[in-house]
Design a protein around this ligand. Structure first.
Ligand code: FEO
Length: 394
């Protein structure tokens, strides 16, 4: 294991988690990385650490450059344990190091670890330190995505170290974005935004404003590959997502017991197709809710369907609704649909979540008793067609 130079005197010393597939409920089909960085200047600075499972890998990479005892400063940009997990080990190995964190970070770390012997310096937003040839500027980005979140900027290197922001859950043997297929990097960046950052659009806009005056030529996030090209593109994408802008696309999500809800889903799909609106259809029997969130991020129309079971939606749909409610997607046109035997109330649960998210609901719930008949489907199709035409095609 060895550190990898990302700039002259600055090294990636993180770890790659090739095999993780569940990141607190987020399906990480391509694994992830925990990125830590070592800056070799008059002061030796470690920026963030890794998950406890990968402490030895990080230490090995640091040891390929210096003895970890020589670290003077440890920066903790974020308290969540995938970045702070190895702090107790580092602070034991380098007990004289100063740990720099945000004011909220100091409190958060004390709630996770015994920090009583750590030499902690809490920095305010806008503060800087000099480490020799370089300065490190600190900018707090509270709730992007924890209260403690902070970014570092090194002006002499045009290097932004934003921790979780601009990350992707992507394990790769190649460190930089331009060494990896762009469609995969962007797919994972959008999935990451949809599953981690989505609720914090207001904070993203503030952060983008704060960063807009900086001259950045590399973004080195806490997960995934480092951006050294297409920087304006990822910043623009974050602004687009934070504004809750959508593509003129439709997404149909459903589960089915005996096929009736699936028949309605197929009918809704054909309406969008025939109106030349690109449509994605996802069954919860085969798609994971975290993959579906990435589709929701990009779609203007979102239809969600469930049969009614014991007067409620199916548990798979309830899980999606709970997850989606927390991530707060906005600016959607929603359709709740499904089939029922004797009580259509369950489908109202879908409509109620959409309504709570302030989505436009041009049709009241689209449902059929038992199996949809030909007339039912013709009626559903006509209603969806009319709605699409009334919304207009971009
Ligand atoms: Fe990658 Fe919020 O931790």
């Amino acid at each position: 294991m060895k550190g990898k130079a990302i700039k002259d005197g600055i090294y990636w010393v993180g770890a790659i988690d090739w095999n993780i597939r569940d990141f607190h409920g987020y399906k990480t089909a391509r694994g992830t990385s925990y990125n830590a960085y070592l800056i070799m200047d008059q002061k030796k600075v470690l920026v963030d650490t890794v998950k406890t499972t990968h402490t030895e890998e990080m230490l090995d990479r640091i040891k390929s450059i210096i003895d970890p005892k020589e670290i003077d400063i440890v920066i903790s940009n974020h308290v969540e344990m995938d970045h702070s997990g190895s702090l107790p080990d580092i602070m034991k190995i380098a007990p004289d190091a100063t740990l720099i964190t945000s004011t909220n970070g100091e409190k958060g770390l004390a709630e996770h670890y015994d920090t009583s012997k750590w030499n902690i310096k809490a920095v305010k937003s806008g503060e800087s330190i000099n480490i020799g040839k370089r300065n490190i500027n600190f900018v707090h980005i509270p709730m992007l995505h924890w209260p403690d979140s902070m970014v570092c900027f090194i002006p002499e290197e045009k290097l932004l170290l934003p921790n979780d922001a601009f990350g992707q859950h992507l394990a790769s043997e190649y460190l930089f974005n331009d060494q990896n297929p762009n469609d995969i990097v962007m797919e994972e960046a959008s999935k990451y935004y949809a599953n981690i950052v989505y609720p914090f659009g207001v904070q993203v806009k503030k952060a983008i404003d704060a960063l807009s005056n900086l001259d950045i030529d590399m973004i080195a996030p806490g997960h995934g590959v480092l951006w050294r090209t297409n920087i304006s593109n990822i910043l623009r994408k974050y602004s687009y997502w934070a504004n809750h802008d959508n593509s003129n696309k439709a997404l149909i999500i459903y589960d089915s017991m005996w096929g009736s809800t699936e028949i309605i889903a197929n009918t809704i799909k054909s309406s969008f197709e025939e109106n030349d609106i690109p449509v994605v259809q996802r069954s919860l029997k085969t798609s994971h809710i975290s993959d579906i969130m990435a589709d929701i991020l990009e779609s203007k129309y979102v239809a969600i369907g469930s049969p009614v079971l014991n007067n409620q939606v199916l548990p798979s749909i309830a899980s999606l609704l709970t997850y989606m409610k927390g991530l707060k997607p906005k600016n959607k046109i929603g359709f709740a649909f499904g089939s029922y035997g004797w009580n259509p109330a369950g489908i109202k649960e879908i409509e109620s979540v959409m309504s709570g998210l302030k989505w436009d609901l041009p049709l009241s719930q689209i449902d059929t008793k038992y199996r949809p008949g030909k007339d039912d489907l013709v009626g559903i199709k006509e209603n969806i067609d009319t709605t699409i035409k009334s919304v207009g095609i971009d």
